[in-house]
Design a protein around this ligand. Structure first.
Ligand code: UDX
Ligand code: UDX
Length: 448
């Protein structure tokens, strides 16, 4: 088995960058990314890509028009027919209704992809789960494929993505590991051969299907748990006079723990952590493991509490109907993505409390951000930091954009004359940064 032609369904934050890197690193392989969202496809074919990721534009530039194409579903049917391997990289959001609502992953897009594939293909196809899926989803995909197409032969693989937004290209080009789960060793090897074009084969882990599916959920759950653990400690620090950055440094120097992912924050966001932990909780409940479900539920609870706690401190520091400047809407730096960003909940809490909010983010589309918020008429966007903080009663840093770390606060003293509080929700302002006098400056996990 050899993969010469690839189709990926879903040109999102995962599908787009992943396929761009595969095409870049495997010039002999034809890669077609298809998406039902025509606007998104048009953007992938333009100079203004729909995803902001450092290094992505250069990779797309090199491969697009050579062996990388972006097409809509209909134009992509021919490529689908010819493909040896088909990646499914569509979104798997938390279900909003029906059994498991609020926890289980909504697999309707995955199911419709499977039907779409079954409808159009013949011969032998490798179908690869790229999206994060609940354990044993491969069974469901296989059932749909074979039920709707008895002629073709399908091998299902699980190849979950470990890229983090903001560092996606680096993570794809130099991954710590690539995971491929499957039953048919020939199909597994065919996909190993693709990654081995640029990844050291010792970093390519092959496992059974169910281990691969569960590993992705478990990996994200462990990462989310780490953020909730440090954030829970940040509250203890604020009460006791300990400093969370010092505590994190000490904990992280134990090689059994390691220094990464110990940064206290306003709470984790992003499209994966909450969804994947909820999915894991639902799986545990479904398999009658309530103690395990309860254990992971706390990771979510602490995250929600951290956001609320932060918002409450701001609300208490400003006059009724006062104005708060929010610096950063993205869920982390170096991305335009604000899905599940802590800023959504924090801004919503402030608006609900009757405050006015003025926000600034260098990359996030404000109109998209404001959609769905209640009392959004009291939320405005500023074109710069200086405009955002002018005359406000409090400033909150919610994303660790480097430009927020280097703000010269003293220079802004006139604009900050009504300001009671600057709250650094990412602890990025240097501890020795000169500050205007009499201004209350607070860090996450630091008392005072
Ligand atoms: C998605 C999943 O949310 C995540 O769990 C997984 O790990 C990776 O894939 P992401 O790429 O960030 O993450 O999602 P998103 O940016 O929403 O992209 C999905 C794309 O699939 C969208 O552009 C959507 O239009 C497209 N899509 C969805 C289809 O083309 N066909 C469908 O049937 C459904
Ligand atoms: C995550 C996983 O890291 C990645 O492996 C997986 O493939 C997808 O989900 P992503 O959500 O893109 O990636 O970003 P990540 O860097 O993990 O950050 C998630 C959230 O946790 C962000 O809101 C970030 O600000 C927060 N975080 C992270 C902290 O608050 N503190 C930390 O120390 C690390």
């Amino acid at each position: 088995m050899k993969i010469n032609k690839i189709v990926c369904i879903g040109a999102g934050y995962v599908g787009g960058p992943t396929m761009a890197v595969i095409a870049d690193r495997c010039p002999h392989v034809d890669v077609t990314v298809i998406d039902m969202n025509e606007v998104r496809i048009a953007a992938w074919n333009s100079s203004s890509l729909p995803v902001y990721e450092p290094g992505l534009a250069e990779v797309v530039q090199r491969a697009r028009g050579r062996n990388l194409k972006f097409l809509n579903h209909i134009d992509g049917v021919q490529a689908l027919k010819e493909a040896d391997a088909i990646f499914i990289s569509v979104n798997t959001p938390t279900k909003t209704h029906g059994p498991g609502a609020g926890k289980a992953s909504d697999l309707s897009y995955v199911e419709s992809c499977a039907r779409f594939i079954a409808q159009h293909v013949s011969g032998q196809k490798i179908v690869i789960e790229k999206s994060t899926m609940p354990v044993r989803t491969a069974e469901l995909i296989k059932e749909i494929l074979t039920h709707n197409n008895s002629q073709a032969k399908f091998d299902i693989l699980s190849n979950p993505e470990f890229l983090a937004e903001g560092t996606a290209i680096r993570d794809l080009e130099k991954p710590e590991r690539v995971l491929i789960g499957g039953e048919n060793s020939e199909a597994v090897q065919a996909l190993v051969d693709i990654y081995a074009q640029w990844v050291d084969p010792r970093l390519i882990i092959t496992t059974g299907l169910w281990s691969a599916e569960l590993s992705k959920l478990a990996a994200n759950a462990f990462l989310a748990q780490r953020v909730s653990s440090i954030n829970s400690m940040s509250a203890v620090c604020e009460k006791t006079g300990a400093n969370i950055d010092e505590v994190a440094k000490v904990i992280g120097t134990d090689s059994r723990v390691g220094p990464k992912f110990l940064k206290a924050s306003v709470g984790f966001g992003g499209s994966c952590f909450k969804k994947d932990v909820l999915s894991l909780i639902y799986i545990c409940e479904s398999y009658a493991l309530p103690e395990v479900a309860h254990y992971w539920q706390q990771v979510i609870e602490i995250n929600e509490w951290q956001k609320k706690r932060f918002a409450q401190k701001i609300i208490e520091s400003v006059p009724p109907h006062g104005t708060v400047a929010i610096l950063g809407l993205a869920f982390k730096k170096e991305t335009n993505d604000f899905r599940e960003s802590a800023s959504i909940d924090i801004v919503q809490h402030l608006l609900q409390a009757g405050l006015k909010v003025i926000s600034y983010d260098p990359k996030v589309n404000f109109t998209e951000f404001a959609k769905g918020l209640q009392k959004a008429e009291n939320l405005k966007s500023a074109s710069s930091i200086a405009v955002a903080i002018n005359g406000v009663h409090a400033v909150a840093i919610l994303t660790e954009w480097p430009e927020f770390a280097s703000i010269n606060w003293q220079e802004f003293a006139p604009q900050l004359k009504n300001c009671n509080l600057i709250y650094d929700g990412r602890n990025i302002v240097p501890v020795d940064a000169p500050l205007p006098p009499k201004l209350n400056f607070q860090r996450i996990g630091v008392s005072g």
